[in-house]
Write a protein that binds this ligand. Sequence first.
Ligand code: NI
Length: 138
Amino acid sequence: MSNLYRFGISLEKDLIRDFDKHIEANNYRNRSEAIRDLIREELVKKQWLCDNEVAGAITMIYDHHKRELVNNLMDIQHDFQSLVISSQHVHLDHHHCLEILAVKGKACDVTDLSNRMKAQKGVMHVTLSMSSTGKELR
Ligand code: NI
């Protein structure tokens, strides 16, 4: 027996027209797939509150010539060692480095780690990609 549950949704015509444009622009095969992703997106957002266990990625661009920056970033990563699953360093050009950290842990701790990195002088851009450990998603 299938574990799919079917239900009807009533929407304003303008809203469904805009939603269908979104579906087409994002190459969804049907409305169900698009709605599924929206629901998952909301559920993952909720996971990123307080003490929930989450996973994600921190991406940083920085100038490695800035004094002490590389050491400071390394110190911070060691302070949060239990959160950092893996890291990748790419030398973008003579000045700039791209570093990607795969992280897993409590949402507030991962956010704290990301903010600490962002606050370092010489760090030009940081993004925190908030995903899920997958346990609460189907
Ligand atoms: Ni580098």
